[in-house]
Design a protein. Sequence first.
Length: 93
Amino acid sequence: MDKNNALRAGALAAGTTLMMLLMSSPALALTRDDGDDPGPGLSVIQTLGLYVFLPLVLFAVIAGLVMVLDKSRAKKDTTSSNINVKPGAGAKA
């Protein structure tokens, strides 16, 4: 029973992959579509700046703002920070 299910799942995955490959073949066409007006291409530096450096800078700015504007350090823990424990004090039962 498990062999049949595995065979069915494999056939479904292979069929789905084959259909996706066949349907995506026009994406590799060399002819332009009607109304297609591509702009100038990006250089390597522009591409790296747009897709690598800009996200890293945005992440650093957001993380820095979160750390600077974090108010949780200003609050004191009133339950444990002001408990004074004397060494050697024994509890009497």
